[in-house]
Design a protein around this ligand. Structure first.
Ligand code: SF4
Length: 374
């Protein structure tokens, strides 16, 4: 079997990774001598999980250090009811623009892909700008399924605030915010030793947005980039802070992330949207964790414009462990369906669809192998 270190190329990166792994081992030994031998670090980003599994980072760490995937997949957490709304619109003749990642995510009865195969008008786009461009060319009634975290909302916000949206295009807003979700996780999980904050979201919200992790929960928090070395450096910094009794925000990704974030993007987001209590798939309502269009922009709101009746929705199929996986309480191999009834080509749950879903990542790169080797 390939050593995880062989995935680090060029050679100088491999040497660097080895040196960091060695420092992590020494820090861990120091903590262990003080009786701290279980360290659980949560990250909240599908791309971090991708890097961790692809580069076998878990297998480079001492066994007492657990890297836990938290709520980092923006399509996995959209409640089935909101997918049902998009499906309902598509089947009623309204064109639905959606991101590719959301296309196959199952709702209660079906996904948007299935709605398309049943005659619904569904188009995959790369951005809100694409939807605007297409809606301007074709005047039929259309809806943009607006999903994503803090990183995605600013683009549509610019169009909303400038009122540059064609009359035939509405927004079905399902944006969610990672920062309140991390607060929710920390309020409910008492075993965590530190947080690796997401690089993408932090470019918008800023490293300073994570100060509450250090100040209120007394935990180290490191904003990290997406190279394997970035993740290793984040783990090392968290262990260093634990050893030295510190709880601070450390910005490892300072080549991209500023303390205050992207203030222009923030300004547009809060001009167009307000924070509302919002449901997360299979988890329930998290306070102020979603966005809704402000009242002055209701004309763009698909839920105001259309009467959408979807009836009873079902977030999670019996046996699917997506909610536990999203909260970091389980891993894909805890699910009896993983790589059996549920596979990337026929997903049962949302975590097996998106490239940021933990089940899909483990299916692609074999994340369970690392655990079996322990
Ligand atoms: S393997 Fe499939 S059914 Fe199981 S938790 Fe993951 S998405 Fe859900």
């Amino acid at each position: 079997m390939t050593s995880p270190l062989e995935k680090f190329a060029p050679l100088r990166n491999r040497r660097y990774a080895l040196a960091i792994a060695e420092k992590i081992r020494k820090l861990y030994d120091q903590l262990k001598r003080r009786g701290i031998d279980e360290i659980s670090i949560m990250h909240v980003c599908g791309t971090h999980e991708h890097t961790i599994v692809q580069f076998g980072i878990r297998s480079l760490l001492p066994r007492g250090i657990r890297l836990i995937a938290g709520p980092g997949c923006p399509v996995c957490i959209v409640p089935a009811k909101e997918i049902d709304e998009a499906v309902e619109l598509a089947l009623s003749g309204v064109r639905v623009y959606t991101y590719g990642d959301m296309y196959r995510v199952p709702g209660t009865r079906m996904s948007l892909a299935q709605a398309h195969s049943e005659g619904g008008d569904v188009r995959v786009v790369y951005s809100f700008s694409d939807a605007v461009r297409l809606a301007m060319k074709d005047t039929r009634e259309s809806v943009f399924f607006a999903v994503g975290f803090e990183t995605t909302a600013p683009t549509s916000a610019v169009y909303v605030v400038r009122r540059k949206i064609p009359r035939n295009l509405k927004l079905l807003v399902s944006y969610r915010l990672v920062v309140p979700a991390v607060r929710y996780v920390l309020s409910h999980e008492h075993e965590l030793s530190g947080i690796i904050a997401p690089g993408h979201v932090s470019t918008i919200v800023g490293a300073g947005a994570w100060r509450f992790v250090a100040e209120e929960f007394r935990l180290p928090v490191v904003v990290a980039g997406f190279e394997a070395i970035d993740v290793l450096l984040a783990v090392m910094e968290i262990l260093r802070q634990l050893r030295d009794g510190e709880a601070k925000v450390h910005n490892e990704y300072s080549r991209v992330v500023r303390w205050e974030g992207n203030t222009v993007a923030q300004r547009y987001t809060w001009q167009a949207y307000e924070a509302v209590d919002a449901a997360w798939r299979g988890i329930g309502v998290i306070e102020k964790s979603g966005l809704a269009l402000r009242s002055e922009f209701r004309e763009y709101d698909a839920r105001e414009h259309y009467e959408i009746n979807v009836g009873e929705s079902v977030d999670v199929r019996p046996g699917c462990k997506c909610p536990e996986i999203i909260l970091g309480r389980a891993v894909p191999t805890d699910c009896p369906y993983f790589m059996k009834a549920c596979r990337p080509d026929r997903p049962l749950g949302p975590c097996m669809v998106s490239s940021e879903g933990t089940c899909a990542i483990w299916a692609k790169y074999g994340g369970w192998v690392e655990l079996q080797e322990e």
